[in-house]
Write a protein that binds this ligand. Structure first.
Ligand SMILES: [Ca+2]
Length: 209
């Protein structure tokens, strides 16, 4: 309130100036609050690489992700001629059906099954989010989405090749906001699957959940 009075008393100053100052103050307060939350024990930097052999709290619908994550370079195991180029041992492979090292190398479920896979909520704490993506290349049916407050803000898809390539998004415009990654497989046709791995960057997760 002090700021409003001061600016309105200044010669030539207009009420709209005070409004802009207050908007700026609120924005800074939001950023400080987000930073404070990130610095508490509750929120810690996190990544999602599936290396414990589980989906790690990702929520699935449909059936395509029932046997995920996939173990090893399964396309190479069945002599596909295209390496998945996964990070580590485990990744999301919508065509694959080899969940553990004990399952048959090279086994696949094909392009038929469909579904979605949504990450746990995370907080955006900086400029970049990065991940590996491969598989189908028609974003109308196969894609990864950035959801901010449950609204789709960015999308990416593969290149109709099993090899995953790294995609990096500039997310500074969503600093301090809560977000999810959602994988969409809504196709049973050729290249109707998504490959995904190694989501990381400027994100923090609530470690109490
Ligand atoms: Ca991995």
């Amino acid at each position: 309130m002090t700021c409003v009075v001061l600016f309105m008393m200044m010669e030539g100053a207009k009420p709209v100036l005070a409004t802009k100052v207050w908007q700026k103050i609120r924005m800074l307060e939001d950023r400080v609050k987000a930073l404070e939350e990130t610095c508490t024990d509750k929120y810690q930097p996190c990544k999602f690489d599936f290396e414990d052999g589980t989906l790690g709290g990702w929520f699935k619908t449909g059936t395509v992700f029932n046997n995920q994550p996939t173990y090893g370079d399964n396309p190479t195991a069945r002599k596909r001629g295209q390496s998945a180029k996964q990070q580590g041992d485990y990744w999301i492979g919508g065509f694959e059906d080899r969940h553990t090292p004990n399952d048959k190398p090279g086994a696949s479920q094909g392009d038929g099954p469909k579904g979605t896979l949504t990450s746990p909520v995370f907080k955006i704490t900086g400029r970049y989010i990065t991940f590996l993506i491969g598989g189908g290349c028609d974003a109308a049916w196969i894609r990864a989405e950035l959801l901010v407050d449950y609204k789709v803000e960015k999308t990416a898809t593969g290149k109709c090749h099993e090899a995953m390539e790294r995609v990096t998004w500039d997310v500074i415009g969503f600093y301090g906001q809560k977000a999810h990654i959602r994988l969409i497989d809504n196709s049973s046709g050729k290249w109707g699957h998504i490959n995904f791995d190694d989501l990381k960057g400027d994100i923090s997760c609530d470690i109490t959940k």
